[in-house]
Design a protein. Structure first.
Length: 258
């Protein structure tokens, strides 16, 4: 019979014994991060173009959205998006209308690895609301990074493009964006580094990501300190790798002389 190792090392090994739960939670965290960063980039690009080069209406709408999202807590946004469909269903029920499909569907992975069961819920109602909130929130912040990069290109280049026959849209696509997307990497990478840490907030609506798995491990082992030390180390390594990666991308894509 193998005796458990006493002391801090034994506690750490006991936590790591739940590696299958840590892995499942980490995959969901990275899933949320990757999709939210991608969707947020698309939204941020549209918002930044509308604010920088759009007409009066589109600029005001974009500005209003950005200020609303940046001026309200992320947790409040999450709870609004999560609870709003329930309120809509209550109204639909009062009108004898069909309900929204809340909590009746999911997309998940179930498999065995090293004789351990691993269950990863990639998408259900809770996860989709968490992903929606993170994407909309990240889009507002990314829009400001992108708008700053577009502004650094200077209006003279766009005017010069139009003077040789390009439309405004063509000038933005072929002249402004190629430069702005290269200039924005150092500042934009801050959002890419912050976003994985923001994903833990979806724990409050029941998404089973890394923080939720950590809570489960605590309930099984009562090793609260060591469990969250492991989680902290995982995030620290992840953020460090992301930062180094984007530094490398910037070095390879930066405009010479700038």
């Amino acid at each position: 019979m193998v005796q458990p190792i006493p002391g801090p090392i034994g506690d750490l090994l006991a936590v790591l014994g739940y590696w299958n739960h840590i892995l499942a939670g980490f995959v969901v965290t990275m899933w949320l991060f990757g999709l939210a960063l991608t969707f947020g980039f698309g939204l941020g690009l549209l918002l930044s173009i509308a604010r920088q080069y759009g007409g009066a209406l589109s600029s005001r709408v974009s500005t209003g959205y950005i200020e609303l999202i940046r001026g309200t807590p992320l947790l409040v946004q999450l709870l609004i998006f999560y609870l709003l469909p329930f309120s809509i269903n209550a109204f639909l029920e009062a009108q004898n209308l069909p309900f929204l499909p809340i909590g009746r569907w999911s997309f998940e992975l179930n498999f065995m690895l090293a004789n351990k069961d691993i269950r990863i819920i990639l998408l259900d109602y809770r996860t989709s609301m968490g992903l929606l909130t993170l994407s909309l929130n990240s889009g507002a912040y990314q829009a400001e990074y992108l708008r700053g990069a577009m502004g650094s290109v200077g209006s003279g280049q766009l005017a010069a493009a139009q003077s040789i026959g390009m439309s405004k849209r063509e000038g933005i696509i072929h002249i402004v964006l190629p430069q702005a997307l290269r200039r924005v990497i150092p500042s934009w990478s801050n959002e890419a580094a912050y976003l994985p840490k923001y994903t833990v907030i979806v724990y409050f609506i029941g998404v089973v990501e890394l923080f939720a798995k950590a809570h489960y491990i605590v309930t099984q082992t009562f090793l609260t300190l060591w469990t969250y030390i492991v989680v902290a180390i995982i995030f620290l390594v992840l953020i460090t790798l992301l930062s180094r990666f984007f530094d490398y991308v910037h070095e390879k894509t930066k405009i010479p002389g700038l």
